[in-house]
Ligand binder design. Structure first.
Ligand code: ACM
Length: 517
């Protein structure tokens, strides 16, 4: 037998031998891969009498953990049919799921957690409720994939192997961006994506709320932004926008999943929808026509007009009042119709307006090249060199288009929509890189995968572009580079297919991963 394996390895390519070794070391299917996972003998079986016990360091924390317990209970309800009891009492000796922040290890940080599964129960300990929420996502993945069925599943043992997990993230920023400006997506459609992303420990969802083709957030002082600017989209569809109440509801839904919603108002370019809504934003005082094509770089706000800055201040103020995020994304990309010196002045001035309303500005490159921009601004690096950001010690979010753009096709033929200007991004290319390939570790806040929607006009197509690549981006953000290899990842990814099926996600079933499709 030994001889057989040795000869097999020696006659196969290095890659194949790595697969053999990696496949052997797999003993869980969790994505993102936890820092340590150790399996023990035995298993814990969940049944109708299982109780979720909760205990925080004080009453306020216990109340927060109670909400997490409710979320877990709801997630497990449809498939199991169980209506778990949630209890603040001392935990019983058996049949418990215990969520607690008491006696945690401080090294776990805000999002880390420890899980101990024995035949008696499952215990998750974290410093913060946020860490318990992340740990619950791991717990869900330890159960059979049928747990995510929306229908009752009979004749199944809801068991989890005895194990010990210690886990915490590499990067604090792990994001998904959705462009709701080129095509509009409703509140419910965005919430669904937030809920799916949360299970892979994504903790930021950036909404690209304005662009040439649409303005998607109600601004009370300027109703025409949405009445006119929100009235269409690429391809001349009906468009749409979020009322402030709807935006707040999205934010709260995300907060309940420990996800921060980051609003973006793109400027000074990508502003035709605003220019079409208000004449005072244009040099001739007249509204521009609405635009439903897909060109970029043709629009600009007037960088030398005080009316422009009054408008921006009003917009930043209203959005900041309904957005609890510490960040405000001010765009700054592809301002091809703005002279460079005007661009520099504009982004410098707008960054100060954003800071006045208590927010940290984020901008796409080339915002870092403006002399007025300094390390109080975060660069979202998508295309250009980040040399200036490095010199200025600016923090960065890495979204390099050729690696992280979810609107790029998987390959020449798949799908029929999507773009390829940054190349094709197969699942392996999406996974097999690290933010430190592009920037020094000490400046990297994390990673974000943007979905631009010029060619994407419905949720099925949106999901096809996002999944399964987002799982890879989630792992790049969570799991240190040294703990990740494609050959091992792809085996775990294959197993995640069943979960995505049960959740009704329209993912790309690439036959490189899912054989016999
Ligand atoms: C971008 O893709 N224009 C940031």
């Amino acid at each position: 037998m030994v001889i057989l394996i040795v000869s097999l390895i020696s006659t196969t390519s290095k890659k194949e031998s790595e697969v053999i070794a990696d496949a052997k070391s797999i003993n869980n299917t969790i994505i993102p891969r936890p820092l340590t996972y150790k399996e023990n003998d035995g298993k814990f079986i969940i049944n109708k009498d299982t109780t979720i016990f909760i205990k925080g360091k004080d009453d306020e924390e216990t109340a927060e953990i109670a909400k997490i317990a409710e979320y877990l209970k709801e997630k497990l309800k449809a498939s199991t049919g169980y209506d778990f009891n949630i209890s603040k009492n001392e935990i019983e000796k058996q049949n418990y799921i215990y969520l607690t922040t008491v006696n945690s290890e401080s090294t776990l940080g805000d999002e880390g957690y420890n899980i101990t599964i024995t035949s008696d129960g499952a215990k998750i300990v974290a410093n913060k409720p946020e860490g318990l929420f992340r740990g619950i996502q791991t717990l869900r993945q330890l159960l059979p994939p049928e747990i995510d069925s929306s229908k009752l599943v009979n004749d199944i043992e809801w068991s989890i192997k005895s194990s010990k997990i210690y886990d915490k993230p590499e990067y604090s920023y792990r994001g998904l961006m959705i462009d709701v400006a080129r095509h509009f997506f409703t509140e419910e459609e965005i919430k669904k994506q937030i809920d799916i992303a949360a299970q892979y420990k994504i903790n930021r969802v950036h909404l690209h709320l304005t662009d040439d083709q649409g303005w998607r957030i109600e601004i009370k002082k300027y109703p025409d932004l949405t009445i006119i600017g929100g009235s269409t989209e690429v391809g001349s569809g009906p468009g749409g926008y979020y009322t402030q109440e709807q935006f707040k509801s999205i934010v709260q839904y995300a907060v309940d999943r420990y996800i921060e919603i980051i609003p973006e108002v793109d400027m000074p370019g990508h502003t035709n929808a605003a220019l079409a809504s208000y004449g005072f934003l244009n040099p001739d005082g007249k509204r521009k026509p609405l635009y439903t094509g897909t060109d970029v770089g043709f629009s600009t706000l007037m960088t030398d007009s005080e009316k422009t800055y009054e408008f921006i201040e009003d917009v930043v103020k209203e959005i900041s009042q309904i957005s609890p995020s510490k960040y405000f994304h001010m765009g700054g990309d592809e301002a091809d119709s703005t002279k460079k010196e005007d661009y520099n002045y504009f982004v410098g001035r707008v960054s100060k307006i954003v800071e006045k309303y208590g927010k940290i500005p984020i901008g796409w490159d080339p915002i870092d090249t403006a002399p007025e921009i300094n390390s109080s601004v975060i660069l979202q690096n998508w295309k250009d060199s980040n040399e200036d950001a490095r010199k200025k010690n600016m923090n960065m979010i890495i979204s390099i288009a050729s690696k992280a753009y979810l609107d790029m096709k998987y390959n020449e033929n798949v799908p029929t929509y999507g773009l390829n200007w940054a190349g094709y991004i197969p699942i392996e290319t999406a996974y097999d890189w690290d933010p430190t390939d592009f920037a020094p570790r000490n400046l990297v806040l994390g990673i974000e995968a943007p979905l631009w929607t010029e060619t994407i006009d419905n949720v099925e197509n949106m999901e096809f572009m996002i999944y399964p690549r987002l799982l890879g981006y989630a792992e790049i953000g969570w799991t240190p580079k040294s703990e990740r290899t494609w050959n091992e990842y792809k085996i775990r990814l294959e197993k995640q297919g069943a979960k995505m099926e049960y959740e009704g996600i329209n993912y790309y079933k690439d036959n490189i991963i899912w054989k016999n499709q």
